[in-house]
Design a protein around this ligand. Structure first.
Ligand code: DC
Length: 219
């Protein structure tokens, strides 16, 4: 039987990860957060102090990069050279660095096989920015999930445990990432032509997942 791939693309804070987790439970498949890979690259760039805007330095760095996902229970953890880095990749600095360094085509090329290899053995939901457009153009069902900037900023703000958090800063950072991710030349964030577009601004997670399940059933 042909393996089923579902893609969910969209901007930061639209709810892709929460939706993917719930949808994967309902469908009994795994979900893959491809943003974690770009965050893993950013984490290593920061840790090794790499001049990633320099082609030679970036290419040497990418040759030595050893990132992969390991299945633990029903989700993936991110390993870098055998070390679990899952807990270190969610800081605002890593978010910004992942967004800017992911515009480099060499970085995108280095992560392509990791993503496609997972799809060879498993039915999966892949979430990211270019899943339906570049990585899995033949996916069974494609979604593009988006929401109003103010609503995305408020959701991110509410999730942050940090006492010093500032809603305007969160909004500004999302705006910069939206711009970086959608204006870059290499695999920009844009809906695939055949994607179902869902505006999640005024929907609960359950409502988004219900909508998706109905569309998947019909597909
Ligand atoms: O989904 P996220 O916020 O964890 O992703 C972090 C950054 O990684 C995002 O701002 C852009 C980049 N990214 C990408 O370029 N392509 C993907 N498929 C996933 C993420």
């Amino acid at each position: 039987m042909r393996l089923k791939i579902i893609t969910i693309d969209g901007p930061a804070g639209a709810g892709k990860t929460t939706v993917s987790k719930l949808l994967s439970k309902k469908l009994g498949c795994v979900y893959v957060d491809t943003g974690a890979l770009y965050r893993g690259v950013a984490f290593e760039i920061q840790r090794q102090d790499i001049d990633w805007k320099n082609d030679t330095a970036l290419e040497k760095f990418l040759k030595g990069l050893d990132l992969n996902f390991v299945m633990e229970k029903d989700s993936f953890i991110l390993m870098s050279s055998g070390r679990n880095i899952t807990d270190f990749i969610r800081t605002p600095e890593i978010s910004m660095l992942a967004s800017s360094s992911s515009a480099r085509p060499q970085v995108r090329a280095a992560l392509l096989d990791i993503q496609r290899n997972i799809a060879k053995t498993k039915d999966a939901i892949f979430e990211g920015r270019d899943m339906g457009t570049v990585v899995f153009p033949d996916a069974a069902v494609k979604f593009f999930l988006f929401a109003d900037l103010n609503i995305r900023a408020k959701r991110r703000f509410d999730e942050m445990p940090d006492e010093t958090k500032d809603i305007n800063r969160v909004k500004k950072e999302i705006e910069i990432r939206d711009h970086n991710d959608s204006q870059r030349e290499s695999a920009p964030l844009t809906p695939a032509k055949d994607a179902f577009k869902i505006n999640a601004s005024f929907l609960t997670i359950e409502q988004v997942v219900d909508k998706m399940l109905k569309l998947i059933e019909k597909a």
